[in-house]
Structure formats: C-alpha cells, structure tokens
Design a protein around this ligand. Structure first.
Ligand SMILES: *[C@@H]1O[C@H](CO)[C@@H](O)[C@H](O)[C@H]1NC(C)=O
Ligand SMILES: *[C@@H]1O[C@H](CO)[C@@H](O)[C@H](O)[C@H]1NC(C)=O
Length: 754
C-alpha cells in the first residue's frame, strides 16, 4: 500500500503536499507601518511591568472599561481607553516551597518555577477567576475587581484559592484553553506534571467533575488545545454544547505515515453527567471531527494542519456564529492560512457517519451498522428524546460512544479553501480577531491576524463574485512591538474600536483604523479599500455609516477611484521640483509610493518636445526601490520626469521633476553663485548624492533622502494652486490597459518588481 493510498482512508487525510503552492510568493501589504511610526502618528500605546515577562491572558471588560492582563507572577488591570495609564497591578508569585519543589523536579528556577497566569475569566459581578502555573503547581484564585461603577480595584481573595489542576497547565510553554459557563469551567489541558495526561475537564460549579477517557488514543492523542466555546444548539438550554478546538496526532493515519498532525473540533453536552455503570465521571457525549484547511491542487492538496487560533464572530442567531480560524503547517514548508467554518457544517459532521476500526489490522472506515438510540453526541433533553440524564442512557449507547469518538467526515471550510494565506513570508499566523464593519456598499469582515514575529496584519475579506467564497486583501502590516516577539493573545473591542495585543515582552493597543495613513488624496483613500475609512471631500477619515452619504466616497468592493474621485475638484496639483545634474554624472529622481502594492511608472517629456514617452530601463536608467537613478547624463536627458503609481488599474501621479543637465563648467558656476559647497569633481565619477545639494534652493522638500517618514511625506502631491500637471490618466480607457494585470489572484505584486 502506497503512502498516499494509506493516507486516504479517511477522506481528505492526504499527505502534506505543498504542491499547489510551489510558486506562490507572499503578498505584500498595501501599507507597512513601523513601531516608531505607529507610536509617533497613530496612537500606539504599550504596557509592560518591570522585570515581568509572558503576557498571555487578556480579558476585555467593556462594562468596567478595563483590560485585565495575566503575566508572570502578576495580574494587571488597565484602562481600555489607554492601557498606558491608570494601571493597577497585583503581585501573585508562587510560594517558595512550590518553587523549590519545582526546582527539585528538574525545572529551571528562574524561567519555569514561577506563577505564569494563563487564564482570566469573568466570574460574577465582583470577581474574575484567574489561574496560573504556580511553579508547576497549578493554582486558581478569585480576584476582586469591584462593582461596575466603582473605582477600579484589584485584590486577591486569599481565603478562596482553588486547586488549578485540570484548569491551568503545569508547563509555562503550554497554552490554556477554557471557557467559563455559569460557575463551571470547561478546559482542555494537561492535568499532570509530566504533561502527558491531556484531558477535557469540567470543574468548579455544582455538577460532577467529568473528564475524557484517559490513555485512549482514540479520544485524545497528544492534543494541543487552542480554544473552547459555549454555543447553544436550540432555545432549550439542555441542548447547549461546549466546542473544543485543538490539534493532535492523527489516530486514523496509517502507521507508515508516521506522526501526522490533524486539527479537530470536539463537542460535549453541557448537561452531561457521565455514565451510570460505564464511563462513570467521563463524558458520554464527546465526539470529534477533523477540521480541514487546504488548497486543492493538481498533484494533491496542500494542507495547513496545525490550528493556531479560533475567533467566534457572532451573528444575529446565537446558534450560528462564524468560526474564523488560523492554521500553520507542521511540515518544513512555511505557510499559514485563514479558513472560515459555519456551525451548520460542524453539526453536519457530527450527524454524519462514525469512523470505525474493526480491529488492530483493519482500516478506519465509515461505520455501516446500526447506531444505538439515542444517537451518541445528542444531549439528554426534551427536544430530541425522552432521556433526562446521560446516566439513564442504555448501555449500548455508552459502549458505542466510548468506541466511536471520531467522525468519519471532516468539516470543510466555507468555499472549500482558505480566504487568505501567506506562504514563505518569513512569519506564520498565531492569533486572529475579526470585526464586522458596515461600509457604504455592504458589510465586510475585517481580519486582524497576529504573527509569530509580533506584527498584526489587517485583511479584509471581499466576496468573490463567482463563488460563495471570499478572498482576502492585505491592507496593513503593523509592527506593534518594538522587538519581534510572537503574538500570544489578541482581543478586540468593536465598541471602542481598539485592538489589544499581547506578547512575551509587552501588551500593545492600537486603533482598528488609521485613515490618515492612507494618504491625502481621494484616490489614495479609495484605493486603500479600508471599510473604516472614506473620503469626505477634504481628507481620508473614519467612515460613519449613519452620516450623510453624499460627501462620503468609498468603494470597498472595487476600489475604483475613477468613478468616485473624478469630480473631485480639490484634487491637489503636482508641484514641479527642479533637479540638477552634470553631464556625464548621475541624478537620482526620488519617488516612492505610499502603497507597497503599487507599481511605479516613469514618463518623460524632453525639453522642447510636447510628447511624453516612457523612460526606457536600460543601463543608464536604473529603477531603485525609492526612485530612478540616471547615470552617464547627457544634455538631452533634460526634461520633465513624471512619476505615477499604478495600482488596481488606476494611475496616480506622484511627483513631477524637472531635470536640468548642465555642463561641468555651468555646474561650477552655478554652485559658486549659490555659495553652496564646492562642486564635486566633475565627470563620470560624480555621484548623485553630491548633487542633492544642487537642488534648487527653497524648492521645497529639501534635498536628501532622510528617513522613511520624510520620504513618504515628500511623495505627497503638494497642495499648490499653480503648475497644474498633466491630467491624470484615469479614464475608462486606462483601466482596460491594465486589466490584464493579475488582480484577482494574489500574485507577485511587490513594488520591487519592475
Ligand atoms: C495614554 O496615557 C499616557 C500616560 O498617561 C499618556 O502619556 C498618553 O498621552 C495617553 N495616550 C493617549 C492617546 O491618550
Ligand atoms: C463572587 O464570587 C466570589 C468568589 O466565590 C465571592 O466571594 C463573591 O461573594 C461573589 N460575588 C457576588 C456578587 O456574588
């Protein structure tokens, strides 16, 4: 039996080919903003405690206006409006005895034998439940945060400490996945010191503590839990289910395939009480199905096998939120993807055939026999049957449930493929948060994706016209941390329009939108396709769907400024700047578009001629990242150079530079007249930088390149009434000229490609 054949025993469980993506290149963001830029211009705020690492647990409390943060030996309470001010902190170290025990067990006293606070849940009107690793001795506490309208407080209840076993992991490197429903905590965690006894566990509350069957690889096979959610199934609370998201080793893979990772969604009933004679104090309603996130290809599918995070985007129907997920790969090929699932598809998999293996030498197949009643996975309730407790379930139901936790059919993403992916980008996705935004032409889901290098990608999901699917458009890459560190947690406040991002080193806060960063022209604002922003006739500002639409220009679906911005009388004209060069020397014509997805086009109007021609790229004219370098200048190179950014089939003039090529003697005379630095030695050795000093004095903008920020500003069209440039070419004709560009596919569109 071949490898591919062996893998195909469960549908979709094929090998991790990266076949379909062999030539894929990462898509550049439209805008890349550095930590310094975000801090200086876009209100980035940060929070960190002295000598404290590992910010991992974030809890947004909209009512109190607080952000609770769990870190090494600390819990902090910050203002949601500005995390840099009014911080309250609570020190919560592990007791010395526990730290010594931890050290004796062979763990590092300085990096492992600490209390890493892993989870924070709102518990009741006055308290938050916090759990930490407690130096490999998990511990939970109730933290008093005060009533809603009171002055914020943060106090540990020393009399009500709880055992954290089965709630928080032991190992600081492990993640905690849990949800608090009522007074009950449902968690997926390793419940032993060695980190081998992985379990889905219910604790606290009134109902009995339940867990998964231990040491049964069919139930759980070295899982890594990612997220847990409580999702109602019907109007009857007896049908409520808890869904667990994790990845684990595929028990259904043939041994020849080795250790194959698969991602899962698991379910249990909230009202599960365990079995009466068998599966006592164990789940009787546990089922799991495979979550597939793959790209179909000719030579096989490319699988993103490692689920990293799940975000529940609620809809009007509480039973049917959308599941936004991020995946990475466990193979050598570096890639990550966003897949979206519907709850109906998840439920359909749990209603489908059970996976069945007759004996050790048999293959996994779809179970064909009779399924006992009530069907395993159904909750005991009046909605679907007559059983009032899982303890009343017949023995054959319990036996079947014990032997068939895995479903045969996988859950496929909406549209059958990822909505967004990055391959070989130098980073992978770790976290996701989603905001649904009302724009002028409909609703859009804006995805904020945290990466393992400490960046946040802002992506909009655009509906594809042909399929019931959508495609992602990378708008921004935000460097929210000073130093690269994986994003460990991310929370969104749609109400306050803020995003909170945690990493090992600190917590950051950033607004969901930065409209001014898109540019100062209508076309730039329109091309940005940011649903939060619109052109108000003067600048790019926050879009308010309720406001009058007449003056708000926005086109998210098409990003076509030719319709929206053509009547824009306030369009700034380009100011002409003079640049001097010396015969035989060089000149650098600086022009850098704001958008990294734009292509730069240079046209040239020779002095004394009317027609514009393309600047040929030959030995003498070299396109550089930030402009055009002309070498071996000749007198006939004098003329007007127009730089335009071509994006999405639309051409936007950026700069207008008038180059005057002088003879060496003229240059010397000019330099002396202006009393600038003595001219550099003339001739072919003259480097363009020497010539930046010869730029017309008072010509605006000053000479040299300077920092990235100054360069961006210089590329702005100048607001000046005089010197109207040539009409920007943005008629329908122009659109068609560029229609052959790869627009639908996210191909190589980097500004570096000429
Ligand atoms: C946030 O608070 C800090 C500290 O009080 C202050 O310096 C900063 O200006 C505030 N930022 C904003 C955007 O309010
Ligand atoms: C919240 O829970 C804590 C811990 O059990 C308890 O001490 C406190 O009285 C509770 N508060 C309310 C308002 O029920």
């Amino acid at each position: 039996m071949g490898r591919a054949e062996a893998a195909a025993m469960i549908p979709g469980l094929t090998l991790l080919w990266a076949a379909g993506l062999g030539h894929a290149t990462p898509s550049p963001p439209r805008l890349r903003l550095s930590f310094q830029e975000l801090q200086a211009w876009h209100g980035l705020r940060t929070f960190r405690l002295e000598r404290t690492c590992c910010y991992e647990a974030l809890l947004v409390d909209e009512e109190r206006g607080r952000l609770f943060v769990g870190a090494e030996n600390h819990v902090a309470s910050l203002s949601l409006d500005n995390i840099s001010k009014q911080a309250k902190k609570l020190s919560w170290p592990a007791p010395v005895e526990w730290r010594e025990e931890c050290n004796w067990a062979g763990k590092d006293i300085g990096t492992e034998c600490m209390n890493f606070v892993k989870l924070l849940h709102p518990y009741n009107h006055t308290h938050v439940l916090a759990c930490g690793t407690g130096a490999f001795h998990p511990i939970c506490a109730f933290v008093q945060v005060g009533h809603r309208l009171e002055e914020p407080i943060l106090l540990l209840e020393p009399r009500r400490l709880e055992d954290g076993k089965g709630k928080s992991p032991y190992d600081p490197r492990h993640r905690a996945a849990s949800v608090l429903v009522g007074e009950e905590l449902y968690s997926g965690v390793a419940a032993d010191l060695m980190g081998r006894d992985f379990t889905i566990f219910r604790s606290l509350g009134q109902r009995p503590s339940l867990r998964t069957e231990p040491h049964d690889s069919r139930w759980l096979n070295e899982p890594k839990f990612v997220k847990v959610f409580w999702i109602p199934e019907s109007d009857n609370p007896d049908d409520d289910k808890i869904y667990f998201f994790f990845h684990e080793l595929a028990v259904e893979a043939a041994p020849v395939l080795g250790r194959l990772t698969v991602s899962r969604v698991g379910q249990i009933c909230r009202n599960d009480m365990g079995g009466q004679r068998s599966l006592v104090n164990k789940w009787t309603t546990f089922l799991k199905a495979r979550l597939v996130c793959s790209v179909p290809g000719m030579e096989g599918d490319t699988h993103f096998d490692q689920l990293q995070d799940v975000f529940l985007l609620s809809s009007r129907d509480p039973r049917n939120p959308l599941l936004y997920t991020v995946f990475s790969t466990s193979s050598i090929f570096q890639g990550s993807a966003v897949c979206v699932y519907s709850m109906n598809d998840v439920r359909r998999a749990f209603l489908g055939p059970f996976a069945h293996k007759e004996g050790p030498t048999h293959q996994w197949v779809a179970y064909q026999g009779r399924v006992p009643y009530p069907r395993p996975g159904m909750c005991p309730s009046k909605t679907f049957g007559t059983f009032s407790s899982t303890k009343d379930f017949p023995d054959d139901v319990i036996q079947f449930a014990r032997n068939h936790p895995l479903m045969y059919n996988p859950v496929l993403p909406i549209g059958g493929r990822p909505v967004f992916m990055q391959v070989s980008a130098g980073y992978t996705f770790t976290q996701i948060a989603v905001d649904r935004v009302a724009a002028a032409d409909g609703h859009y889901d804006v995805l904020f994706i945290g990466t393992d290098v400490g960046t946040v990608l802002k992506v909009i999901s655009l509906p594809k016209s042909s399929q019931p699917s959508s495609e992602g458009l990378l708008l921004e890459e935000l460097h929210v941390f000073e130093h690269s560190a994986a994003v460990t947690s991310m929370q969104i406040s749609s109400k306050r329009h803020q995003l909170y991002i945690a990493s090992r080193s600190s917590v950051a806060q950033i607004s969901l939108h930065r409209c001014a960063a898109h540019g100062r022209a209508c076309a730039e604002c329109c091309l940005a396709r940011d649903p939060y922003c619109a052109w108000d006739g003067v600048k790019c500002t926050r879009f308010q769907p309720s406001a009058k639409r007449r003056f708000r220009r926005q086109d998210i679906r098409n990003g076509d400024p030719s319709m929206l911005c053509s009547r824009d009388s306030s369009r700034p004209a380009l100011l002409e700047r003079k640049v001097f060069g010396v015969e035989g020397g060089s000149a650098f014509l600086e022009c850098e578009p704001r958008s990294l997805q734009a292509r730069v086009e240079w046209t040239f109007q020779r002095t004394g001629e009317a027609a514009y021609t393309q600047v040929p790229t030959e030995e003498r004219a070299e396109r550089a990242a930030r402009g055009l370098l002309l070498r071996g200048l000749r007198r006939q190179d004098s003329g007007v150079y127009l730089c335009a950014a071509i994006e999405h089939g639309f051409s936007q003039p950026l700069r207008r530079l008038a180059l005057h090529v002088l003879s060496a003697t003229q240059a010397e005379r000019l330099a002396r007249a202006e009393e600038v630095a003595p001219p550099a030695p003339s001739g072919p050795k003259l480097w363009y930088r020497d010539f930046l000093q010869l730029v017309e004095p008072g010509g605006g903008g000053g000479g040299g390149g300077g920092g990235a920020a100054s360069s961006l500003r210089m590329c702005q069209p100048q607001h000046a009434p005089r010197a109207p440039g040539p009409e920007p070419r943005r008629k329908g004709r122009n659109r068609r000229t560029h229609a052959s560009e790869p627009r639908a596919e996210r191909g190589p569109r980097s500004a570096g490609h000429w």
